[in-house]
Design a protein around this ligand. Structure first.
Ligand SMILES: [Zn+2]
Length: 533
């Protein structure tokens, strides 16, 4: 059979148990037609000279990496914004001026990341921004998230003047004469945020179109998008235009369950580029603000057991209705009580879910009571986890959860109990790159080496293969796609991630330095470093 792309001379890890290591892959019409040795691949090339042959020069190839939990709208819009994390005020102003120059008059200039402590302590002002962008409303969020820096035009659009009272929970910073200076603290930020227009579908599609190459360059061939219907619209626009070169599994927020059922939508509807995933719901808050729902109070606040953001009765009813209609569910659960309650729901729905082969999942699975640890595996619930959260949050977890952290971010425990791990980043909460995620899963250490050579709760470290499996086969399984994606074998979709070093062989801390040389989606290079030219 004629191939149209042949990769040879590689260290190819197929994750296919029948043939785990090969050196060559041949693809045709978006699918893998051969995984094996170089001499057979060469014979295929000789027989069908139309194929492109790429010498991998000993580099490492994996099934295309998929991020099983990220926010595609949020990250795409975030990457459009001015990066205001600069060493000086002047540098931040120069970036605003540059953005204003290519934004139509009157259009918003949005940015994020400033920290006046790095600029000599004094808070910046509306007047600073007015000098560089008088014709545009400007709104720049502080890195801390607790302050907004805006210009006069933005203050006017928000109706903020010397007469405006401070809103509850917020403060409008004022000069000696009582005039707003352009800094809004805490809940006063919402006065401006409320008047910033949400992007039109075409604008969001454009932001996503610009984000896709960055995602592909990170080595990802697919993502599970947890954002809302406006993201779904924009993704469909890209798909209609033939510009969707990243596979997207799209979740739907719980608020739209009735509409999904009413329309007769089922998980899996769509095609290999854009398909319907899960009904997404939230059982609790998060560790940072101590709103994760806990069996016992926080170490730092014994009386606080967190917040059930959706009543469990509502989640229970929704899961039963969704599963009965053919819609699988993905439920955010951080605290040990939230996870227990969600597992109770999944246990109750099991006769139905099992019969309908629903790929129900828990998002984050951050803290489990020991009694609940075996339950995901037993109930066939996918553990959708983010290894970078473990190393980002470890100090916070130790502080707020104390010794209970032994059951936190417990990836290996979940594998040991037979749960399928689907791994992701939660980008933009963490960086988009999957390799630091694999590194965190394998080492349980930060880039600086902390907390030490063994890592944080070292018994939870994964092997490289286990981590890669979570970003490939596990992510595919979570979406019911394991017959099409997740391993490199004939008949599978031709998605491949090519790395400059063999991550199975190098010192695990070195995984952070590995470069993505190529990303192949549907048998075509969507990112290709010069080294593979
Ligand atoms: Zn998320």
């Amino acid at each position: 059979m004629d191939a149209d792309l042949v990769l040879f001379n590689g260290k190819v890890y197929t994750l296919d148990p029948g043939r785990p290591r090969v050196t060559a892959l041949a693809m045709r019409d978006g699918k893998i037609i051969f995984a094996g040795d170089d001499s057979t691949a060469r014979a295929m090339l000789a027989a069908g000279p139309g194929a492109e042959a790429v010498d991998l020069k000993g580099s490492c190839a994996l099934p295309g990496l998929t991020d099983a939990h990220l926010h595609f709208e949020w990250l795409s819009l975030g990457w459009q914004r001015v990066n205001a994390e600069t060493p000086s005020l002047d540098e931040a102003l120069a970036r605003v001026a540059e953005r204003a120059a290519r934004t139509p008059e009157g259009g918003w200039v949005l940015g994020y990341g400033w920290n006046h402590n790095a600029w000599g302590e004094q808070l910046p002002s509306a007047a600073d921004l007015d000098r560089v962008a008088p014709g545009h409303p400007v709104s720049l969020g502080a890195k801390s998230g607790h302050a907004l820096w805006v210009n006069t035009r933005a203050l006017a659009l928000a109706g903020i003047s010397a007469q405006t009272a401070d809103p509850p929970g917020g403060r409008i910073v004022r000069d000696a004469a009582g005039r707003p200076t352009g800094i809004l603290l805490e809940d006063a930020q919402q006065l401006v945020e409320a008047v910033i227009p949400t992007p039109a579908p075409d604008e969001l599609a454009e932001a996503m179109r610009q984000a896709i190459p960055i995602v592909q360059r990170a080595g990802l061939t697919g993502v599970h998008d947890m954002d809302g219907p406006q993201a779904f619209v924009a993704e469909q626009i890209l798909h209609e235009r033939g510009e969707l070169t990243l596979r997207i599994v799209k979740s739907i927020p719980l608020d739209h369950l009735d509409e999904a059922i009413g329309l007769g939508l089922r998980s899996g509807f769509g095609d290999d580029w854009l398909r319907l995933g899960h009904i997404k719901m939230f059982a609790d808050g998060a560790l940072g603000p101590q709103t994760a729902l806990m069996l016992q109070g926080y170490e730092t606040a014994r009386g606080n057991t967190g917040i059930a953001t959706t009543p469990i009765e509502k989640i229970n009813a929704a899961v039963h209705r969704a599963n009965a209609a053919g819609l699988a569910c993905a439920i955010h659960a951080i605290g040990d009580r939230a996870n227990r309650q969600v597992l109770d729901v999944f246990e109750e729905v099991l006769p139905l879910a099992g019969r309908l082969r629903m790929r129900n999942r828990i998002e984050h699975v951050q803290l489990l009571d020991p009694a609940d640890q075996p339950r995901l595996g037993k109930l066939g619930v996918v553990a959708s986890m983010q290894p970078s959260h473990a190393t980002s949050d470890m100090l916070m977890a130790d502080r707020h959860w104390g010794p209970r952290s032994a059951g936190a971010y417990a990836l290996k425990t979940q594998l040991n109990h037979g749960a399928v791990l689907a791994l992701g980043s939660d980008c933009p909460v963490e960086a988009i790159q999957p390799l630091p995620g694999i590194h965190a899963a394998v080492t349980r250490r930060r880039a600086d080496g902390s907390p030490g050579p063994q890592g944080w709760y070292p018994e939870q470290r994964l092997s490289v293969e286990e981590a890669v499996r979570g970003f490939t086969w596990g992510a595919a399984y979570a979406a019911g796609l394991e017959d099409r994606l997740g391993t490199l074998a004939p008949g599978k979709l031709a998605d491949v991630t090519i790395l400059d070093q063999d991550i199975f062989a190098i010192e695990p801390m070195e995984i952070l330095k590995v470069q993505v040389l190529g990303t192949v989606v549907g048998g075509k290079f969507v990112w290709r470093a010069a080294a593979l030219a």
